[in-house]
Design a protein around this ligand. Structure first.
Ligand SMILES: Nc1nc2c(ncn2[C@@H]2O[C@H](COP(=O)(O)OP(=O)(O)OP(=O)(O)O)[C@@H](O)[C@H]2O)c(=O)[nH]1
Length: 404
């Protein structure tokens, strides 16, 4: 798996006056199974909790992570991002906000054959000079969280301890996602915190129904509602449930060997063999585009308006060239939801369009061709003044929505 590792120095505000040392971390989620772990490792310093952040495509994981980074109140967070697609869009959206980031490149981390691959990245983040208090692994939207948790638990890095699973749920897409991917029902019971996100996109009655369904699946996990991932960071950095209220959570055996599996081979299929479990991404394809020529706004909108049903997720940055020379447009599509978020081009940034499209049953070659046709062909192909109107219809002006 290609890995791009950037060990930037922590930003001053993260290391500043309110910074807490590693010993100040006060617990994370209750972890009965960690206590039961047979091997007791000698510790020279406090271990760094590793929290797994999971949730289906577009549920709001990066948004939540960026919120945590912005409101960490001095807690030093290291981030591992597992993008699905050739271009690390999520890593780019997080990079500006965090001191230590490891980008895990294309492909699902949960498909790594063993934990040693994860350990390579953990080694970078747990170097003493990083002085991190907590590490968050943002799983790809198609990852199998159980596998990631298993890998963290199997890590040989003595400086870390498993810190819990946060599962982000898109309130507006929850029912449809469950229908298409019944395996999502397996993810909630192993969660420690479930964030029902995008509550602004559903009615009170719909939210209630989602909360009920989530509550049934999630057992004793803490369930909180959120808009734009704005949860209280202390939910991650502090104990959330009093001790003693945790029976019903899965045991380490459940996590390591799979609940319905029981064959002890570590997969969750009961079939044996290495890594034979079913992943949602088995049926998903990605298409990536990096274009140096600006896109024509009208042609891009025609492409987006006509996008096929199976094309569930689009994310990235768009350069419209002379149609708006000052701004780049972050674009997000999740199902039929579409938004553009214009922002000033970062200084010195190369003017590129970078897009990742993820879908099931899509015709990748055709999408690639159609996207290619959105690129402007030269000075004779200059958009007229009204050509941005279609894009601007999908720009959210409310203060509540911000690029993440
Ligand atoms: N309306 C609304 N939009 C949200 C909310 N949270 C996130 N979004 C938007 O949903 C889109 C996807 O959010 P991301 O944070 O990129 O989702 P993700 O889970 O990281 O996506 P993948 O990494 O592709 O799986 C973006 O346009 C976000 O701005 C919310 O609470 N309400």
């Amino acid at each position: 798996m290609p890995a791009k590792v950037s060990g930037r120095a922590p930003r001053p505000e993260m290391a500043g006056g309110t910074a807490v040392g590693p010993g100040a971390y006060s617990g994370g989620f209750p972890r009965p199974w960690v206590a039961k772990e047979p091997e007791v490792r000698p510790l020279t310093t406090q271990q760094i909790p590793v929290v797994v952040l999971a949730g289906f495509l577009g549920a709001g994981k990066t948004t939540l992570l960026n919120h945590l980074l912005r409101s960490s109140r001095g807690t030093r967070i290291g981030v591992m991002v597992n993008d699905f697609g050739d271009i690390g869009i999520d890593a780019m959206r997080i990079a500006g906000q965090v001191g230590s980031t490891v980008s895990l490149g294309n492909g699902c981390l949960c498909c790594a054959v063993d934990a040693s691959e994860l350990d390579e990245y953990l080694e970078v983040l747990t170097r003493p000079e990083s002085r991190l208090d907590v590490i968050v692994i943002e799983a790809s939207g198609l990852a199998e969280p159980q596998e990631l948790v298993r890998m963290v638990l199997a890590s040989e890095n003595e400086r870390i301890v498993y810190g819990g699973l946060v599962q982000v749920v898109d309130a507006a897409e929850f029912s449809a996602t469950r229908e298409r991917h019944p395996e999502t029902d397996r993810h909630l019971p192993i969660a420690d915190l479930v964030v029902v996100n995008k509550t602004d996109r559903v009615s009170a009655a719909e939210l209630l129904a989602v909360r009920e369904a989530v509550g049934e699946l999630a057992g004793k996990a803490v369930v909180v509602d959120a808009r734009h991932g704005r949860i209280d960071p202390e939910l991650l950095f502090d104990r959330v449930v009093p001790e003693g209220e945790i029976e019903g959570q899965m045991s380490i055996e459940d996590i390591l060997y799979g609940e319905e599996d029981g064959d002890g081979d570590g997969d969750s299929d009961g079939m044996g063999g290495a890594h034979a479990h079913h992943h949602p991404h088995a049926s998903y394809e990605t298409v990536s585009l990096t274009a140096a020529s600006p896109l024509h706004p009208r042609r891009l909108m025609a492409f987006l308006d006509g996008r096929p049903e199976g094309l569930y997720r689009i994310k990235g940055f768009v350069d419209f060239g002379s149609a708006d020379p000052d701004n780049r447009y972050t674009v997000h599509a999740v199902g039929r939801f579409l938004r553009f978020y214009p922002e000033r081009w970062p200084e010195g940034e190369e003017r590129l369009t970078q897009l990742v499209l993820i879908g099931s049953g899509i015709d990748a070659a055709r999408l690639r061709k159609e996207l290619g046709e959105c690129e402007r062909t030269g000075p004779q192909d200059t958009p007229d003044e009204s050509s941005m109107w279609g894009v601007l219809r999908y720009v959210q002006h409310s203060e509540d929505e911000e690029p993440s």
